[in-house]
Write a protein that binds this ligand. Structure first.
Ligand code: UDP
Ligand code: MG
Length: 314
């Protein structure tokens, strides 16, 4: 049996005063029971990341830290967003394994135990995947499905029905930190890290207090960020449509010319038509070519690692 791992629970908190105390109580119980079962070491921690809350969230975190030394806090200077808060927690905490979850505990914390067991089975990334999306509204369920479909078409690999509830080994976190892009869409980055990974399944619970910090506007921006930071396919589409339109305009020009010869046009029509079709095609095609260069700049500036080594035989 390997040594018991030190666990850090990373929890981003934005205006969570209504629910945070009850979440802390529940997490304390879970942590204590995991320590008792010898699944994690006794120096395991809960790290609460305050993402620029405007309410009493940080005071609650400070008080919890005074009462329970295993609870620590990181306070960001302003609201950066959920993904950024997660990264701040992951990159500024030392542990053997990390589990990220939401402050409202909608992601059933009782499956944490299964995640840790999978870690001991040799998996370095364990995704929490929702069994069904019954607690979601019709809209949220279907918009999520559509999003997964679009991402798949655009060539971005995502684990369906998985949000940011996951276990990462310290090595996986270290590797993740070599992804230098600023537009980090964690759900798509984590699969790129590679290593042995598996899923655990759970039912997502309702939020018991407070309101969602992800209103529709934020959800749409989040989805757009996911697409634009991961896929250059929309840029390639411009080139493709430019080429197609150029081809079409070529046929239109021939047709215009024939109409002109047959004398069935008014003066000036043929030359105007030819110019419009020719230049529209060329414009879009050239835009596409610029897009292709932007696409390669886009890939270059991300400065992602060229390779990630899993094992070396010595
Ligand atoms: N959150 C955050 N910064 C933000 C928005 C949200 O840290 O700008 C946190 C929030 O406190 C919660 C998690 O991200 O712990 C998920 O938010 P929420 O539960 O409101 O989203 P939903 O479950 O409704 O999608
Ligand atoms: Mg929630």
């Amino acid at each position: 049996m390997q040594k018991t791992a030190q666990l850090a629970l990373i929890i981003p908190c934005y205006n969570e005063e209504e629910i945070l105390n009850s979440s802390i109580t529940k997490l304390n119980k879970i942590l204590a029971s995991l320590i008792k079962q010898n699944l994690i070491s006794s120096d395991s921690r809960i790290v609460l990341v305050n993402d620029g809350s405007k309410d009493k969230t940080w005071e609650i975190i400070e008080n919890a830290h005074k009462k329970h030394p295993h609870i620590t806090g990181i306070c960001l200077s302003r609201n950066f967003g959920h993904q950024e808060a997660l990264l701040a927690g992951l990159y500024n905490t030392k542990a053997d394994i990390y589990i990220t979850l939401d402050a409202d505990l909608q992601d059933d914390p009782s499956v944490i135990k299964n995640m840790i067991k999978e870690y001991y089975n040799g998996y370095e990334i364990v995704y929490g995947v929702r069994k069904k999306r019954t607690t979601d509204t019709f809209f949220k369920r279907n918009s999520a499905l559509l999003f997964y479909k679009i991402m798949k078409i655009l060539g971005v690999e995502l684990v369906a029905n998985h949000a940011d509830f996951r276990l990462l080994s310290s090595r996986a976190v270290e590797t993740m930190s070599t992804f230098k892009e600023k537009n980090l869409f964690l759900r798509a980055v984590v699969p790129l890290v590679g290593y042995k990974s598996t899923n655990v399944y759970y039912d997502r619970l309702e939020r018991t207090a407070g309101t969602t910090k992800y209103p529709l506007k934020k959800m749409i921006l989040f989805a757009l960020k996911g697409i634009s930071s991961f896929s250059a396919v929309p840029l390639h589409l411009i080139t493709l449509s430019g080429a197609l339109i150029s081809l079409l305009s070529f046929f239109l020009m021939i047709w215009t010319f024939i109409a002109y010869i047959n004398d069935s046009t008014i003066v000036g029509w043929a030359s105007l038509m030819s110019a419009i079709t020719f230049f529209s095609g060329i414009t879009i095609l050239f835009m596409g070519i610029i897009g292709e260069y932007i696409a390669s700049i886009f890939i270059e500036v991300k400065n992602r690692p060229l390779y990630i080594i899993d094992k070396v035989l010595k």
